[in-house]
Design a protein around this ligand. Structure first.
Ligand code: ATP
Ligand code: MG
Length: 482
């Protein structure tokens, strides 16, 4: 109990002194208060590990002390002392979150035993939190959590390339964390004291995007009522982040190429060249090589942008990150929503690991946030809290089109269009095929690993793949596509 900070609130001087002596003798750091009001003041000034309060106090009573202590610091533990025969108040105190109670008259050893119990629990909680923070420090860089080896590679690359002025192209599915990567690149660069300007290229039509990027003169086009600086100018000496770069039109592609090659540009409606010193970071969900091959994206621009590519893998390919991120979101959301959940249940963990996250980290975040919002204090998150639908087949119910787990979960993001009812055999086959595809995806196409997970012999897996038309070179298909 060494170092446990205790606030003791009792109006009986003799009791207070003897409790203080006993607690100090076992290593607690004790602060005493002789009235409820004094107790509240002490709580306001400092956070205590444990508050021990008599319930019956003149003026402000013990229940108020309890509520104030818990309100300020939910992790503070409160022990209450009740008079003989007033168990009802003690029960009420327990309902309000007291750890335990003792009834007067009591032996000092009885109190010490409870304090020892509470001290043990607090120590364990601290140890867990320390471990969690150590893990987070190890696996976190500028808010990007990544325990998976590919993600470690991404983080290492960010650290290396951030210091340079090289143009970076971040590629990844929606919700994989591309914007976080762009932020980290800027924040760790020598340009961090200057602006990081973001433009979503998909959000604007061609002419507006051009004006947005390069600015315009008064009267350059209908609606251009005054001169306006563009994002390139605003980002001067800083970083310009062009999101969804795969969406820009051929005209804007040419202008962008010129700005990159010559480091100058003109505002729309002006011939005056403006010099620019920006570090360009772009992001896309598209395979730009494919866009080039199909004539939709200029090859010369692609090479200018793809100086340092950073590929952010989809969450389903980095299983190790799922629980790390889920635990982190649970903690931050709980703090934000002032909830005290006791973590995920084992089945919830299993469900989290089994799902394929077509919406990637964003979807995982939303799932956990919903579970926290709907969860009750003191309980653990259950599969149903994550899925949101009681009838999810994973939970023993009937498949539903609107349920992420059933309609998208195992098919890698493509919603089933055909909702016609089929025989059980056909439904079972559909499930089997999708599940095999999903497992193969998650083990990078390794049939040996997949067969072990599925509990099939390699031959049986091979036969099923053949029967369902699952391509044998699953991995090759994935790699050339990304
Ligand atoms: N590795 C990660 N660790 C912690 N949080 C993450 C991680 N990756 C993504 N997130 C969170 O997931 C959400 C989506 O991330 P972000 O907006 O960066 O994705 P994106 O790839 O830019 O998505 P989109 O293509 O849809 O714009 C954000 O709330 C972000 O904080
Ligand atoms: Mg984004």
């Amino acid at each position: 109990m060494k170092g446990l900070t205790v606030l003791l609130v009792d109006d009986e001087p003799l009791m207070r002194l003897s409790m203080m002596d006993a607690l100090e003798a076992v290593g607690c750091e004790v602060q005493a208060a002789s009235t409820g009001t004094e107790g509240l003041e002490a709580i306001r000034e400092k956070t205590y590990d444990v508050v021990i309060t008599d319930l019956r106090l003149p003026g402000v009573d013990g229940l108020t002390v309890l509520q104030t202590a818990k309100g300020k610091e939910p992790q503070a533990e409160v022990l209450v002392i009740t008079a003989h025969g007033s168990v009802e108040t003690a029960v009420e105190a327990m309902k309000l979150g007291a750890f335990d109670y003792v009834t007067k008259p009591f032996q000092m050893d009885e109190l010490l035993l409870i304090v020892e119990r509470v001290g043990g629990m607090i120590a364990l909680r601290r140890e867990n939190q320390d471990l969690k923070h150590q893990l987070e420090d190890k696996f976190c860089f500028n808010g990007i959590l990544g325990a998976n080896s590919q993600m470690r590679g991404v983080l290492d690359k960010i650290k290396l390339v951030a210091e340079t002025d090289s143009t970076v192209l971040i590629v990844g599915e929606s919700g994989t964390g591309k914007e976080l990567v762009a932020n980290a690149l800027h924040q760790n660069s020598p340009r961090k004291g200057y602006p990081l300007i973001k433009v979503s290229c998909a959000a604007l039509p061609e002419t507006l995007l051009e004006a947005e990027l390069f600015g315009h003169e008064k009267g350059a086009f209908t609606g251009a009522l005054r001169q306006r600086r563009g994002r390139f100018e605003m980002a001067n000496r800083g970083t310009l982040f062009l999101d969804e770069i795969g969406e820009i039109s051929p005209v804007v592609q040419v202008k962008l190429l010129r700005a990159l090659q010559e480091r100058t540009f003109e505002r729309v409606g002006s011939n005056e060249p403006i010099e620019t010193d920006v570090r360009l970071v772009c992001a896309t969900q598209k395979d730009l090589r494919k866009e080039v091959a199909q004539g939709r994206f200029r090859e010369d621009l692609f090479y200018r942008l793809n100086v340092v590519p950073i590929i952010v893998p989809p969450l389903r390919q980095r299983q190790e990150d799922i629980l790390v991120i889920a635990e982190h979101v649970l903690e931050t959301c709980s703090a934000k929503l002032n909830k005290q959940l006791r973590g995920f249940s084992q089945p919830a963990h299993e469900l989290l690991l089994r799902y394929s996250y077509p919406g990637n980290v964003r979807e995982l975040e939303n799932m956990v946030e919903r579970a926290v919002a709907l969860g009750r204090d003191g309980t653990t998150v259950q599969p149903a809290d994550l899925c949101g639908l009681q009838s999810c087949p994973y939970l023993g119910g009937v498949p539903q089109e609107s349920c992420g787990f059933c309609s998208e979960g195992l098919t890698g993001g493509k919603k089933k269009k055909d909702t016609t009812l089929t025989s059980l055999a056909a439904a079972r086959e559909g499930f089997e095929k999708n599940y095999i595809v999903s497992v193969l995806e998650r083990v990078d196409g390794s049939r040996t690993t997949a067969s072990k997970i599925l509990g099939l012999s390699r031959k049986a897996l091979w036969e099923k793949c053949k029967r369902y038309g699952i391509p044998s070179a699953h991995r090759e298909v994935e790699e050339t596509e990304s």
